[in-house]
Design a protein around this ligand. Structure first.
Ligand code: ZN
Length: 395
């Protein structure tokens, strides 16, 4: 609805707890009012309607069902964006997911709960290079699960390593790095022990037999990301042709851009990738790992704008604010880097990462400076900033 329609919708606002037509659903309808919602790549002055954890088409409610809102929430001019999706979280708040201990599940749960205050409603717990025994112990334990009041949802694991370059290992322990030159995909599978809960694998495409490994992972629906690598551009392009769709923390732990061979960074402007294929890239937009000028280069160079943001040691909301300011992009673009693009990367944009009708009502309410005011998962309030926690709402 445009401005005109939302004016009309205003006239439909009725006292609370109005009886509604229950022929379609008995579930209560929540109406978020006085907000700007991120929809169709634009912030729009429009109310947001939620029922049974999904975003509801209000026209269907009004005209087909003759229904009304059961609950109204005054958002006081807030921006409402889809909940943030972080594809790379190694731990935090004193926990490292790679250090498997008996209370690992507690650690993941604790991080999932803390993330709610940063606007993150779902994430990929990430393991850095670890001994085989750790993979066998940890991977079966971290199961895909929905989010809720107890924490952000788990979308599956991101395994960063151990099939990476020893020259760009960063903080990964060298003694545990591996290759798949002997048995290809079998080497990878035996190392991890299981791929059941795995969503993303970061690997170095210059390793022998990487192309068959990438093809096999892609055929299983696992996203392949390039990173911790000394690959040249043609190796990176070959990896994309075989199914890689992501670049892990662009600029960090890869060859620096060189005009004779721009390496993985060159994928941003490559014309050798398959038509219609988007290559996403993650950036650590924390003001430390990536210079603002580099953020701007990446932002301006990539025509499809398919960047995603990753929190690293900074929180996702901080990265969104920093990216917005440093890249000089629109609010919409900064928000989509934390919502739509990671959802597209993971292939879950029918359910998450947008405010389209029928998608999950995972929401983050933000002020004009993009500070998180409140977080909702499946339409349920799960976190609220302390300054407004005690405010009385029209609920
Ligand atoms: Zn890394």
């Amino acid at each position: 609805m445009g401005a005109e329609r939302s004016g009309a919708a205003g006239n439909w606002l009725l006292p609370l707890k109005m009886p509604s037509n229950k022929s379609v659903s008995d579930a209560p309808v929540t109406q978020f009012q006085n907000c700007h919602i991120l929809k169709d790549h634009k912030l729009q002055r429009e109310d947001l309607w939620v029922r049974e954890g999904k975003i509801l088409n209000p026209e269907k409610l009004f005209f087909d069902e003759k229904g009304y809102a059961d609950v109204q929430i005054d958002c006081k001019g807030s921006i409402i964006a889809p909940g943030f999706i972080d594809t790379q979280i190694n731990g935090g708040y004193g926990t490292d997911f790679s250090l498997a201990t008996d209370d690992l599940k507690c650690g993941v749960s604790m991080v999932a709960r803390k993330l709610l205050s940063t606007g993150v409603t779902s994430f990929c717990p990430t393991l850095v290079t670890s001994p085989v025994s750790i993979y066998h112990q940890v991977i079966p334990q971290i199961e895909v699960q929905d989010g809720g009041p107890r924490g952000a949802g788990i979308l599956g694991l991101h395994l960063e390593g151990p099939f990476i370059s020893k020259d760009k290992k960063g903080a990964h322990p060298e003694e545990y790095l591996r290759t798949f030159e002997n048995r290809g995909f079998r080497d990878l599978f035996d190392t991890y022990g299981s791929l059941d809960n795995v969503r993303i694998v970061t690997l170095a495409p210059e390793l022998d037999r990487s192309e068959e490994v990438i093809s096999e992972l892609a055929s299983r629906g696992i996203r392949v990301s390039l990173g911790h690598s000394v690959a040249n551009l043609s190796q990176a392009e070959a990896a994309v042709k075989h199914g890689a769709t992501f670049i892990t923390h662009l600029f960090n732990a890869m060859l620096p851009f060189h005009h004779r061979d721009p390496g993985i960074v060159g994928l941003l402007t490559s014309n050798e990738t398959p038509v219609g294929r988007s290559v996403f890239y993650g950036m650590i937009a924390d003001g430390i790992h990536t210079n603002p000028a580099a953020l701007r280069i990446a932002y301006r160079a990539h025509p499809k704008g398919t960047k995603t943001l990753s929190g690293s040691i900074s929180t996702m909301d901080m990265c969104v604010r920093h990216f917005w300011q440093a890249a000089g992009c629109s609010v919409e673009a900064a928000l989509e880097a934390a919502t739509l693009h990671p959802a597209q990367l993971l292939g879950i944009e029918q359910a998450k990462g947008t405010l389209d009708y029928g998608t999950d009502a995972d929401l983050v309410l933000l002020d004009r400076e993009l500070n998180v005011k409140a977080t909702y998962i499946a339409g349920e309030w799960v976190w609220k900033h302390s300054t407004i926690a005690n405010e009385k709402e029209a609920e």
